[in-house]
Design a protein around this ligand. Structure first.
Ligand code: FEO
Length: 168
């Protein structure tokens, strides 16, 4: 048993995850275009992860015998002034997603929908991990600096962080 209100909220989250995937895919193309291959691979991988998040919610709604809905997805931003600003916006976006997940958890709690509340705990943990990762990369980018001489080192460092997080 799941309420109409809860299904609508989960369907909105499908849109958030889909949009997240498109933002990171677009960022990946921007990075590739700047010759930042490791940054491009980092965002491409995250675009795939967001698709996986979207599918997880989609499947849950279907399992509950409800209709999963793919709504309209806004066009992601495509113009960035620097790799620093790309990572800053990615980090801000993850904070927005965390808020969106927290709102869903609150709805499940208010409705005493414990099945959905439990289902959402995976996303709560995932957001802790993702915010942490994006924060880590942003800190490194700030530390290295954002002038043209630093770009090679930023790209190397993002590659190292990606490899470490994949191995964890
Ligand atoms: Fe699905 Fe990065 O949030």
């Amino acid at each position: 048993m799941i309420s109409k209100n809860m299904v609508e909220a989960l369907n909105r989250q499908i849109g958030v995850e889909f949009f997240s995937s498109n933002i990171y895919l677009q960022m990946s193309s921007w990075a590739e275009n700047q010759g930042l291959e490791n940054c491009a691979a980092f965002f491409r991988k995250h675009a795939e992860e967001e698709q996986m998040h979207m599918h997880k919610i989609f499947d849950y709604i279907c399992e509950k015998g409800e209709l999963a809905i793919i709504g309209q997805i806004n066009e992601p931003p495509r113009d960035y002034v620097s790799i620093h600003s790309v990572f800053e916006q990615a980090y801000k976006h993850e904070q927005f997603v965390t808020k969106s997940i927290n709102d869903l958890v609150s709805t499940a709690y208010e409705e005493k929908d414990w099945a959905t509340f439990n289902f959402l705990q995976w996303f709560v943990e995932e957001q802790v991990e993702e915010e942490g990762l994006f924060q880590k990369v942003l800190d490194k980018v700030k530390l290295i600096g954002d002038n043209s001489d630093s770009l090679y080192f930023i790209d190397q460092e993002v590659g190292n962080i990606s490899a470490a997080s994949a191995a964890a």
